[in-house]
Write a protein that binds this ligand. Structure first.
Ligand code: GDP
Length: 182
């Protein structure tokens, strides 16, 4: 049976690689504080613990794919990021990446940054995901909820209309158990 396929999408610098590394259990993806750091799509098998009520069920496995930051482009040896570029210029590239990421995924983790709050690029990605339908297969992950004080900020993302917002902190591990159970 093929492994369930989980894709991580989101604009640069929201913590996709950090989340990937935490889920994959080792540092395999590049984490960089600079928005738009180029990285290849990385894929890894992960163990998903069973929910508390199914403790006897044993571990389950999934393939996790980090697609890299949207807004990062490599063309003819050059590197471009979304800093200073018009959003409309990015649309085709982003759309292409969303399509790649979501085509085969059973679950899409749409990662956003609770500390930064919703940005125009988040809205753009949310719009594209809504347009693709299958919104029940999309989970909005508000990352960087390092403690309780960030929870209210995370809830702002509920307005994107992609369902409940699941909070976590890839760095601090806050709400990690709830996140894994979800
Ligand atoms: P990506 O571009 O979406 O893959 O983001 P990265 O994983 O490279 O992270 C971007 C920056 O956010 C790095 O400086 C990380 O250390 C930081 N970061 C990632 N997760 C968290 C988190 O949960 N809390 C905080 N405070 N910072 C985080």
């Amino acid at each position: 049976m093929p492994l369930p396929h989980i894709a991580i999408v989101g604009r640069p610098n929201v913590g996709k690689s950090s989340l990937f590394n935490r889920l994959a259990g080792s540092r395999v993806s590049i984490v960089d504080p600079t928005p738009g750091v180029t990285r290849d799509r990385v894929s890894r098998m992960i163990v998903v613990p069973p929910p508390a009520e199914l403790e006897d069920a044993g571990p389950r496995f999934a393939e996790l794919v980090d697609t890299g930051g949207f807004g990062v482009y490599v063309a003819e040896g050059g590197r471009y990021d979304d800093a200073g570029r018009d959003l409309s210029e990015l649309t085709d590239d982003i759309e292409h990446q969303i399509e790649n990421a979501t085509r085969d995924a059973d679950l899409v983790l749409f990662v956003v940054d609770a500390q930064a709050g919703p940005t125009a690029l988040d809205e753009k990605i949310a719009g594209m995901l809504r347009k693709r339908g299958r919104t029940d297969q999309i989970m909005v992950i508000a990352n960087k909820v390092d403690g309780e004080s960030w929870e209210a900020h995370a809830l702002e993302f509920a307005a994107m209309g992609l369902g409940d917002v699941v909070m976590t902190s890839a760095k601090a591990g806050y709400r990690r158990r709830e996140f894994m159970e979800q």
